[in-house]
Design a protein around this ligand. Structure first.
Ligand code: FAD
Ligand code: PYC
Length: 417
């Protein structure tokens, strides 16, 4: 049997006598699935659900290396809002917020969406200017947001300390009343159950270890810890690990992974009626339906894949929280944890096509992708099904880091990076 070599392949191709090696000449085996989703977090599961429901693409498998929602979906502090600065982001996040409003009915699953209002504090003149800019931009786009005086902020959240003599006095706040919280793992389970009912296969403990490509460069499937799976379309939705998975297809991503941590207090009776955030002092707090105060910090200042963070980051946050809410000082911490967020240079996500035919990517949500889950899945499913972005995610290309059409949302990310 003639031995195959790339040199002979090129020689034959140039001479017009192209002969592919026998194993490539055989008819390609039929794909097992129409699409594979790498990552069983909320975004991946939502993508699978909308692929099946809205595009009739039902031969879909979601491949998850651990358990459903065990990544950032089950580790976040569940804040939902759409008060971003730029039109592109307002479109994307408000699309998601509108889907949140009907999600429990859509999935027939109580995702505990609670639009209790999200308040963002301003502590200095610069904060006031930036925050008001967001209020005006949102209102011009038809998105609710309003400026509150310190007294109005306290009326909305009575346990807030608005004394003028504290280290970070409150000079005012922006309030998005339609914002709020939801139950994070319920979102993963709700989408998983609804996708499963439409015929989607969900495979846990199945880590993707390689992406297979055809001789023409297009994807043809993946290798996993449970064997190889063929499909002509692959959507990578592996927050925190996107660069690792995309490198399997030879694509280098403009992402950095950081730890982001949060904690909850012991449960108490309802004391906190809304969500309060402060970017300047790296702290935010809400109260879960179980009664725990849910408190989050800024990102740690180094790259890491470790799902934990440095103690001084959360102790700094707790100092700030105790000053803003003095009546929580004597509460004990029940548990703390970390997640790995992947952050783009402009703090906006990447949702769309890649240079590799058949390979799509949804990543870079950084500290703020939980709120986007339904909208992200919805537009990503459209992108995978049609091979072109939905108008809502059209600007969130990988290519923008080459063309310079950035969408700088660092100030709206609401968590210090
Ligand atoms: P994930 O839920 O992380 O899902 C990705 C999945 O991919 C994981 O389950 C992982 O196991 C899997 N995976 C990775 N590699 C592979 C592989 N090779 N093969 C198979 N599977 C793989 N956002 C907000 O909007 N509001 C908040 O209040 C908020 N708070 C946060 C607080 C913390 C502490 C953290 C860490 C994040 C917070 N976020 C918040 C961000 C938010 O959690 C994420 O942006 C969002 O959950 C990302 O969802 P996802 O489905 O893309 O990712
Ligand atoms: O994006 O609103 C947000 C957020 C809050 C905490 C972490 N992310």
């Amino acid at each position: 049997m003639a031995r195959f070599s790339f040199a002979s392949l090129i020689r034959n191709a140039v001479s017009g006598n192209a002969r592919w090696p026998a194993q490539w000449r055989q008819a390609a085996p039929k794909p097992e699935y129409d699409a594979l989703i790498v990552g069983g977090g909320g975004h991946g599961l939502a993508t699978a659900y909308y692929l099946a429901k809205e595009h009739g693409v039902r031969r879909v498998a979601v491949l998850e290396k651990g358990w459903l929602g065990g990544g950032n979906t089950g580790r976040n502090t569940t804040i939902i809002r759409s008060n971003y600065l730029w039109r592109e982001s307002e479109g994307l996040y408000d699309h998601a917020l509108k889907l949140w409003e009907g999600l429990a009915a859509e999935l027939n699953y109580n995702v505990m969406f609670s639009p209790r209002g999200v308040m963002m504090l301003a502590h200095n003149h610069h904060d006031v200017m930036v925050t008001k800019r967001h209020v005006h931009a949102n209102r011009l786009a038809g998105i609710d947001n309003e400026w509150l005086t310190p007294e109005q902020a306290k009326a909305f959240c009575p346990i807030l300390n608005i004394s003028r003599d504290i280290r970070y006095p409150i000079l005012g706040a922006a309030l998005q009343r339609r914002g709020g919280t939801a139950r994070h793992d319920a979102v993963a389970w709700g989408y998983a159950r609804a996708a499963d009912a439409l015929g989607v296969d969900i495979v846990e403990n199945c880590e993707v270890t390689a992406i297979r490509r055809r001789p023409d460069g297009a994807v043809e499937g993946v290798e996993t810890t449970r064997g190889a799976i063929r499909a002509p379309r692959i959507g990578v939705v592996a927050a925190g690990h996107t660069s690792v998975v995309m490198a399997m297809a030879g694509v280098r991503m403009p992402l950095e992974s950081y730890p982001l941590q949060a904690l909850v207090s012991e449960p108490v009776k309802p004391v906190m009626p809304c969500v309060v955030m402060s970017n300047t002092i790296h702290a935010y707090m809400s109260q879960s339906d179980k009664g725990e105060l849910v408190i989050g910090a800024g990102t740690d200042a180094y790259n890491s894949y470790s799902q934990t963070g440095a103690l001084h980051i959360s102790s700094h946050t707790l100092d700030a929280i105790c000053e803003l809410f003095p009546n929580v000082r004597r509460l004990r911490m029940l548990r703390n944890w970390g997640g790995i967020v992947d952050v783009t240079p402009d703090r906006s996500p990447i949702v769309g096509l890649t240079p590799v035919p058949g390979l799509f990517v949804n990543c870079g949500w950084g500290t703020g992708g939980f709120k986007a889950t339904p909208g992200s899945g919805h537009v990503f499913a459209h992108t995978i099904a049609t091979g072109a972005p939905h108008p809502i995610n059209a600007a969130f290309t990988l290519d923008r880091f080459r063309t310079g059409r950035l969408i700088d949302e660092a100030a709206a990310a609401a968590v210090a990076h």
